[in-house]
Design a protein around this ligand. Structure first.
Ligand SMILES: [Fe+2]
Ligand SMILES: [Fe+2]
Length: 310
């Protein structure tokens, strides 16, 4: 694995030069560059206000309820401390891509909610789910904005560049957490992996359980979001049906998808579920989620060369 561009930390330290092979030794060296880590509580920062604001997102009204549980999640949020440099990363993300920033916060709250309900059965820690979710897409701020904010489906080449964000985040987190980075860095590196090995960047099947939880709510949020290239986003029901199909293909953990179904049906966490095999909701017309546009460039000697118009 390597990156096409030099990678700098938020405090302008060169972490990786373009083309450097990234292996465990490189990562260890990067972790070694990290000085004393200063952890800051997120209460009294705009991040706390923005996270609380996320609960008002109408798209998730059928998931983020009842009020007492929301308050419980907020009480976990108030206690979160993160490295100061990651706080700066998130503030930078808010500036360059408010959409991605809001997405990160939404993922944190949704993962926190499921972790809270699965804290006994699957031993999820809500505070861990919240913290790790905040780190999952840090690498996106280093993706060119023409790709990150593109208003039509990505070409193969653009998708390849976008798909480096888990690796970029993984490297950044090694620097921000120093020697104790392992479990923190996986949230970024593995959140696009799938249990059947169909994900990226490695196509592995054994996935850190928090990364997998993040991967599920991450997909849900992608489906429910307005995208200029499709007429309308998925309805909550169609999105959950899509995730259920994915879980039946062995990509997602069924129990976690069932948690989403229970929320949408207003059933108690852990209650017995009857899942219909027919009559599932359809994806919206013109949906291009996960589809690729024809390439406008060609890879020659590791470089992207624009294809000439015929
Ligand atoms: Fe991502
Ligand atoms: Fe994401």
């Amino acid at each position: 694995m390597n990156l096409e561009n030099d990678l700098y930390s938020i405090d302008k330290k060169l972490l990786v030069k373009a083309g450097t092979i990234i292996n465990s030794r490189t990562l260890k060296n990067i972790a070694g560059l990290s000085g004393k880590i200063s952890y800051v509580p997120i209460k009294n920062t705009p991040l706390l206000t923005d996270l609380i604001h996320t609960f008002q997102d109408k798209r998730y009204a059928d998931i983020l309820y009842p009020h007492e549980i929301n308050l419980k999640i907020i009480s976990y949020i108030r206690r979160i401390k993160i490295p100061e440099k990651i706080l700066s990363e998130l503030a930078y993300m808010k500036k360059v891509s408010p959409y991605t920033y809001n997405h990160i916060l939404t993922i944190a709250v949704l993962a926190g909610k499921i972790a809270l309900d699965h804290s006994h059965k699957d031993k999820y820690l809500p505070d861990m789910a919240l913290r790790l979710s905040l780190f999952h897409d840090l690498g996106k701020s280093r993706i060119p904005l023409r790709i990150l904010n593109k208003r039509s489906p990505l070409t193969k080449d653009e998708r390849r560049i976008l798909n480096t964000h888990p690796l970029i985040g993984y490297i950044l987190l090694h620097y921000y957490f120093g020697k104790n980075c392992k479990s923190m860095a996986f949230s970024s590196f593995q959140h696009h992996e799938r249990l059947d090995g169909s994900g990226y960047p490695k196509g592995i099947k054994r996935i850190n359980k928090y990364s997998h939880l993040i991967g599920i709510v991450d997909t849900l949020d992608a489906l429910l979001s307005e995208r200029p290239y499709r007429k309308s986003p998925f309805s909550l029901r169609a999105a959950i049906d899509f995730l259920l199909d994915e879980s039946e293909k062995g990509r997602f953990h069924k129990g976690l998808i069932h948690a989403l179904i229970r929320y949408a049906r207003k059933e108690r966490p852990g209650s017995k579920l009857i899942i219909a095999q027919r009559g599932r909701d359809k994806e919206p017309a013109g949906n291009s989620y996960g589809k690729t546009a024809p390439s406008t460039t060609r890879r020659i000697s590791g470089k992207s060369i624009p294809l000439l118009d015929k």
